[in-house]
Ligand binder design. Structure first.
Ligand SMILES: O=C(O)[C@@H](CO)OP(=O)(O)O
Length: 234
């Protein structure tokens, strides 16, 4: 059985090189085109889906929309969850990545961006960026509201969601696409491919390119690969 993961297309803050996290920025025009192209490639390769999953953030929601539109599958049930959101980038959200590296050093920024368990500086709960101040997250309990997450913290919400919500559908032979984010997908890929805490540092997932997992009956990956347009350099 095949599972398709897709990181959203280029966002405004991917382009501006700013720490994004839970900030609900839009896709750029290129990002929308990336998503449409991903949908076309999936269609050309004969993919169809039964269900779709995405986050509460518009860059992933719109990516999924454009993918399904190209595939003429907009009718599919779409399940949204904050548990598929990008890793919360705490007090770094909104800052310029290059300027932050000048200020704190490349190594520190690399730790914040790619390490397994180093969390970014946390937000004060009074900060407008704290999720309790956004009605999207009114369903979250106090213990669930992140003020900043490491990849480890992201895994602690993504993997339970995988087991509780997505796995039962895969076991029911449902063909699934998940449109999410660089780090929520790194969390899932780390789990599926059993990547060590050390080696996950080198894993980067490109924007707007379908990542296909072929799974055996126990949902262990047999192989995985990106579906790219042969003429594109993406
Ligand atoms: O800013 C972010 O939220 C993420 C994804 O764009 O960036 P990074 O590459 O640092 O994980």
């Amino acid at each position: 059985m095949k599972l398709v993961l897709i990181r959203h297309g280029q966002s405004d803050w991917n382009l501006e090189n700013r720490f994004t996290g839970w900030t609900d920025v839009d896709l750029t025009e290129k990002g929308a085109d990336d998503a449409k192209q991903a949908g076309r490639i999936l269609k050309q390769n004969g993919y169809t889906f039964d269900m779709a999953y995405t986050s509460y953030l518009k860059r992933a929601i719109k990516t999924l929309y454009y993918v399904l539109d190209e595939m003429d599958e907009l009718w599919l049930p779409v399940h949204k969850s904050w548990k598929l959101n990008e890793r919360h980038y705490g007090a770094l959200q909104g800052l310029d990545k290059a300027k932050t590296a000048e200020e704190h050093g490349e190594e520190q920024v690399h730790q914040w961006r790619r390490s397994f368990d180093v969390a970014p500086p946390l937000l004060e709960t009074s900060d407008e960026r704290f999720p309790a101040n956004d009605r999207k997250y009114s369903e979250l309990s106090k213990d669930e509201l992140p003020a900043g997450e490491s990849l480890k913290g992201t895994i602690e919400r993504v993997i339970p969601y995988w087991h509780e919500t997505i796995v039962p559908e895969l076991e029911n032979d449902q063909k699934i696409v998940i449109a999410a984010h660089g780090n929520s997908l790194r969390a899932l890929v780390k789990y599926l491919d059993n990547i060590s805490d050390q080696d996950i540092t080198d894993v980067n997932i490109p924007t707007g390119v379908p990542l296909v997992y072929e799974l055996d009956n126990d949902l262990n990956p047999v192989t995985s690969y990106y579906l790219r347009d042969e003429e594109s350099s993406n």
